[in-house]
Design a protein around this ligand. Sequence first.
Ligand code: SF4
Ligand code: SF4
Length: 425
Amino acid sequence: MTTMDTRELLQKVGVNLELHDQLIAYNNKLFEATIRSAPNRPAAMEYFDSAFHASHSSRVGEILDYRTRGGKSIGTFCIYVPDEIALAAGVLPIPLCGGSHWPVDYADKMFPRDICPLIRSTFGMAFSETCPYKKLKDASVGETTCDVKKKAWDLLGFEVMEVPQKKAAVDRDLWLSEVIRFRSFVEKLSGITVTADRLKETIKLVNKRRRVLQTVNDFRRLPNPPISGLDALLVSQIALSQDIQIFISGCERLIEELHQRIKQGISAYQHAGPRILVAGTPSPMGNAKVHYALESSGLRVVADESCTGMRYYRDLVDESPADLDGMMKAIADRYFSIDCSCFSPNKERIENILRTIDEYDIDGVVHNILSFCHTYNVEAGIVDKALAKIEIPSLKIVTDYSFEDIEQLRVRIESFSELLKPVMT
Ligand code: SF4
Ligand code: SF4
């Protein structure tokens, strides 16, 4: 697609070109300075780099073409909206969580300033007319995971799935009823009935996307990971925004290259720095600040306990049920197992973190918490109690998307590094 094509396309979907140029200039500059500046990247990362740019160009064209042919699409947030069901009803889910700092002030038009940057970025893009997906959807579907989201959906009139806050049988039944209600919602939107055959197919497809993510991330367990934390984050960020089949092929090429790198003894890192688990809130596309701060300070991020990490790909939907009811229950169970901090209590999260520390040979945990995300911020204290018992040090970083505090972060990371076990170089 030529530059002219892209501008025409963006104009067609109602984007303010002048402001959009500013957004893209900001995002590109940061992308070059953080993700692209890392040394020794696998050549297969080229696809993911292009996909980053395509999310505001050719991907927009693909979705517009799909809609011109009569296809339906919905905007989604979070990882609770079951893609399998939407796809089985012929509805394309478009993830809308924002990760760029540039639009956050535009959110002031409707929201207070003291809310998390994820929400401010998402709606700042919408209000500044720089989100190319605003007009490319028939509805938006949110969930009740946190207070700011719940009230944002009310304000904007979104469809809402109720995510319970506890994990008893009664809560699971409520969630199953919400999943069934979501099926009716997408069926009504597209006029396509979800059949057992179609759902079986989409369960397998979405599981395949999770499986390739698992394989890419398994390489990070090795003593000398052939892929960096920054690149692994980019792969996860791209996962939901691009065509599933093309994304899976991109991952398969990357996996092949990572196998070759291992045979040739090629590590993504020049020095064997301490191995870090980053835990907490997601880092949507455009935000790689904490990963960059850590890896450019000599630490290696080898695992991500977040929704742009293992919280998305760890659990698969059971593929064994043959009937529609069984499949719906399997989908509900898989999504209900997500260990988001909105749950009380959330002991699965602690168990998952402790297991990850063991499997990935973690030296220290960094809590990466978006400002004003109270549940993850408070839950960090519960995680720390469990970490203290196994003598794993942790550092809590509460920050937004701006780079204003990067030097302060570096100073804190440097002190934290001194607490970590000495590493053989
Ligand atoms: S952290 Fe919780 S609320 Fe946020 S995207 Fe993940 S599951 Fe959703
Ligand atoms: S980061 Fe926290 S506060 Fe922000 S939308 Fe997600 S759960 Fe809510």
